[in-house]
Structures are given as C-alpha cells and as structure tokens.
Design a protein around this ligand. Structure first.
Ligand SMILES: *Cc1c(COP(=O)(O)O)cnc(C)c1O
Length: 391
C-alpha cells in the first residue's frame, strides 16, 4: 500500500501548547512562498518587528523571531549574553529553569541555582541572598510563567533586584506572552524570549525575542564568539536588523512567518489588554467549574496563571486513563504533569484562540463525565452551570 497524505484528527488542544490555531493563521500559512529577500517579504518582516514590539510592549530595535521553537529563543539569550566563566543566577521553580541551567553550562558559564518549590513563584528574597553571596554575577535568568506548574513570578520585582546588583536579565515569557501582562520596557527586561504556539496560537517553531541596548552592548563587548553559529546575534542581526540592506544568513521559514504575522495582527485587532482580560475571564469560569466539581488547584490563588491551570489529580483516579479517555472520546488534549509533578497534576491550557467559554464548558462536561464513570462522587452538570454563571 502506498503511503497517502497525512490528515490529522480534529482536536481541541487544551494542554500546555501547542494551543488551537486560529483558521486565519492556517490560511496565512498556505499563501504562496516567495523569496526570503523579496522586497515584499522584507516589508512583511519590518511589520513583524512592529507587531512583536507591540506584543512585548517594547521599543527595542533588536526584536524579531528566531527561526526555531521557544527553546532556541532560550538558547539565543544564553549563548549571546554569557561567556565562558561568567556567573549566572538561575531561579528554578519548575522544568524550564532546569533547561536554563543546561544552557548556562553548555555556554561554559557557571550557573548558581536559586530553588523554589514547584508550584510556588520565584522568591525575590532568595534571589537577593544569592546576589549578595555572588557579587560577581553577570546575569539573572528566570521563567515568568512556569508552564510545568502553572505558577507566575513577579517579573518586575525580580528584574529590579537584578539591576540593583548590576546584573542583566534573561526572562522566559513563552507561556505568558499574549495571555497575561508582559511589559518588557516598563519592567526593564534586558533579554526576553517567547514561543509562537502558546498564547499567540500560532503553529510551533518560531521564537519571538527582544534585546534592549544594555544587552546589545554586552553582546558587542564579547571577547569570545558565541558558541552557536546559527544563533549568533551578531550574524542574525544583519538579516533581521539591517535597515533595508539585509544579508543572507539562513533561509527564513517564509510561510511560518506569514503565520506569526497573522497571529500578531489578530492580537493587535483584539488589543493586548483585552487579550489579557479574556484569558482572565475564561480562567475564572474554569476555576468556578473545577472547584464546583470538588477539585483543587496546585498553585496558590495569588500566583496562578490564567492560561495554564494545574489541577490536582484526585485520590484514586488514574491520570493516564482520564487523559486517554478525554482524547479518544472527546478529542480533547490536556497536559500531564512534568518532572516531579508527573502523576500529580493535570495541566489545562486555556490559551490564545482556545481561550473561550465554549472550550471551558466542553472541557468541564467531558471531565466530569469521565470522572463520574471512573467512580468519582460528582453530580453531573453542576460544574458547567457554575462556570457559565461565573463567566
Ligand atoms: C513551551 C516552553 C518552552 C519551550 O518552547 P518550545 O517551543 O517547546 O521549544 C520554554 N519555556 C516555557 C516556559 C515553555 O512553556
């Protein structure tokens, strides 16, 4: 039998990403491919920069999308800002802080780890202690929205602290961008990266990044070459930055960039504050339903992310069975716990295009049905009624 075209099943993506892609973006992806130095493509790239500046709330000139997923945005920040022997404080409160440590080590830098419990935000007091003990630290790195636990840290306070001790900052906003307030200039973040497939609801594979003047000056003052040729900003800049005269570095993923452009146009049309408010509203509805079902959140109320809801798996319920049934019977994807949270939580992403009341109600009714069938003490219909009332 010859292999035929691949047709994916229709799903509702309520996991930690990718999130459901707006059909307008899928249509944009299918527009004709043109050359990556075509004048009209270059116009599109110039617009992309303006749209990304809006999403990040920044005027940073060096703002563009790395041609690879969020992890490559992370790596871009680390390989460009750190040189061998540099000390970097990495605040870890979940999986992605661990990935930052890996990056730091591979740059030949010395990571100083500041640990917080998974599910808690990063503790500024612990960061300050580490800054005092390591006055020669060059960079502070942390995750704004820890997707592995659903906790949000106070980026503004952490950045302020880092600056007070003369450090630059690297901030992961992969899950926060577009879903909850990210204010790069107001907070003074020096280097930031994000991802296309979470609250921007684009297809995976692109990583928006932005660097302020302090970060650019640090990069220009490097004594050693960045370890990665592909991610070396000195080289990439001549393609993305070059005011009219763009030089070939690598072939940009043309159609993928059409998709991100469309995603950002959609964000601009809605208005970023409205997008943040919509994520908050749908979180409130979900929360009301989850609590009405007798389930609990893993993260304290004041640091909960609206777009990534970590729910404690009730006693006696088999994690994998529930997720499999949700997928097979209802076409619903939710996320499992990662690392030390494996088997303990479900991660419900209510992100981007997928952040709407319809998805919240579908999810709640599917979950209560599955849990009831597995013997949980649940009165069907209560969660959706309460959620709809809370919306
Ligand atoms: C998803 C995610 C990443 C990695 O992004 P990829 O596109 O999967 O490489 C990094 N940090 C956080 C907080 C994420 O949620």
């Amino acid at each position: 039998m010859p292999i035929t075209s691949f047709h994916p099943p229709v799903r509702i993506l309520l996991g930690p990403g990718p999130s459901d892609v707006n059909p307008r973006i899928l249509e944009a992806l299918s527009r004709p491919t043109i050359g990556h130095l075509d004048p009209s493509f270059i116009t599109m790239m110039d617009e992309m920069k303006i749209l990304l500046q809006y999403a990040f709330q920044t005027r940073n000139d060096l703002t563009f999308a790395v041609s690879a997923p969020g992890s490559a945005g992370m790596e871009t920040c680390f390989v460009n800002l750190l040189e061998p022997g540099d000390k970097v404080i990495v605040c870890q409160n979940g999986v992605f802080g661990g990935r930052m440590k890996e990056n730091a080590e591979r740059c030949g830098a010395i990571p100083i780890m500041v640990q917080d419990s998974w599910g808690d935000p990063v503790d500024p007091n612990k960061l300050e202690e580490a800054l005092k003990s390591h006055p020669d630290t060059k960079v502070v790195a942390f995750v704004h929205a820890e997707t592995s636990t659903g906790a949000q840290s106070d980026a503004k306070t952490l950045v302020e602290l880092a600056h007070r001790y003369g450090c630059l900052t690297i901030v992961d906003t992969v899950t926060s961008l577009g879903g909850s307030p990210v204010k790069i200039d107001e907070w003074g973040v020096d280097a930031v990266y994000s991802g296309s497939q979470k609250c921007l609801s684009c297809t995976p594979g692109l990583s928006p990044v932005s660097f302020n003047e302090r970060a650019v000056a640090r990069i220009q003052a490097r004594k050693t070459k960045a370890q990665s040729w592909f991610l070396d900003l000195g080289l990439v800049k001549s393609y993305w930055g070059g005011a009219g005269k763009r030089a070939y570095h690598h072939t940009a993923p043309i159609n993928a960039l059409y998709g991100l452009h469309e995603a950002l146009v959609i964000l601009q049309e809605e208005g970023i504050e409205e997008s943040w408010a919509r994520h908050q509203r749908n979180h409130q509805a979900l929360r009301a339903g989850i609590e009405a079902m007798g389930l609990a959140f893993a993260v304290k109320k004041e640091s909960r992310l609206p777009q990534l809801n970590a729910i404690i798996i009730p006693e006696g319920i088999n994690d994998a069975v529930v997720r499999t049934q949700l997928l097979q019977k209802y076409g619903l994807e939710i996320g499992a716990g990662l690392g030390e949270m494996a088997g303990k939580i479900w991660r419900i992403g209510i992100m981007g295009y997928g952040s709407n009341l319809r998805n919240v109600l579908i999810f709640l009714s599917a979950l209560e049905t599955v849990l009831k069938e597995l013997g949980a003490n649940i009165e069907l219909g209560v969660a959706t009624r309460v959620a709809a009332e809370a919306a």
